[in-house]
Design a protein around this ligand. Structure first.
Ligand code: GLP
Length: 240
């Protein structure tokens, strides 16, 4: 794992440089985009660069990383709704190049399998942009998820349900759908984003703890081209 620590002011710029390098060096990059607070500085910077004519995302094939169950299509807390507001609608990613997981599907297993197959048929993921949950989850791959799991429905962990109160749910969904760790680990490149002192402990475990499915983020260490981008607060428990 390549660990990069920057000030909060430089966080968005550093992440955006990585995304821009991938978009400029790849004909049609397949990129996963997470929601949550961690990627917001990145999305603000990508929108800023696009608005100033310094960046185009027109060649990007955008894949949603995960989605809440039990919310109707168009619900503002849905990951796809937030991705549209925070990035997709603010840049030039063509609508037909945006893919996402739809939990309200008759046969969710078939839908998840088709999502993985689409990614495989398109040559696999070029760049997986990821956050880290407070319990080490990646997407919604909660503790206990093995490195071999594929895209699927999953029950959300209690700690995830507690943290997700910040989104203002009327009733917090008990399950979600997530890209699987195996699909993410097959990505050519991985960029994990973590900010803030509340992430320091899980960042420490991710980097220095045992490589275990109890902490799914620790499994990403086995990837040969994985960058963990931290601000100083999130990095405070790491050895110099
Ligand atoms: C959420 C999402 C993840 C996200 C993570 C961290 O529950 N399912 O995709 O990366 O938790 O969120 P945040 O960046 O807000 O801490």
């Amino acid at each position: 794992m390549n660990i990069v620590v920057v000030s909060p002011e430089k966080f968005g710029n550093t992440a955006a440089d990585i995304v821009q390098r991938v978009t400029e060096n790849t004909e049609a990059p397949n990129i996963t985009f997470p929601t949550g607070d961690s990627p917001l500085p990145l999305y603000r910077e990508l929108v800023n660069r696009y608005q100033h004519g310094k960046l185009s995302l027109a060649n990007v094939q955008a894949f949603g990383l995960d989605e809440w169950g039990e919310l109707e299509p168009g619900h503002p807390i849905r990951c796809i709704s937030r991705m549209k507001t925070q990035l997709y609608s603010e840049t030039d990613i063509p609508v037909e190049q945006i893919y996402y997981l739809e939990p309200n599907t008759d046969d969710l297993d078939v839908h998840c399998e088709a999502y993985d197959k689409r990614i495989a048929d398109m040559g696999g993921l070029t760049l997986s942009i990821l956050g880290i949950g407070i319990n080490g989850h990646i997407g919604f791959n909660e503790p206990g998820s093995k490195a071999t799991v594929r895209t699927r429905k999953i029950q959300l962990a209690d700690r995830t349900l507690n943290v997700s109160q910040k989104y203002g749910f009327d009733k917090t969904p008990s399950w979600g759908v997530t890209l699987g760790l195996a699909t993410l680990l097959e990505s050519k490149e991985i960029l994990i984003l973590a900010t803030g002192a509340h992430k320091a402990e899980i960042v420490h475990l991710t980097v220095n703890g045992p490589e275990t499915s109890d902490v799914p983020s620790s499994l990403m260490r086995r990837h040969p081209n994985c960058t963990l981008l931290l601000d100083e607060a999130a990095a405070q428990l790491l050895k110099k």
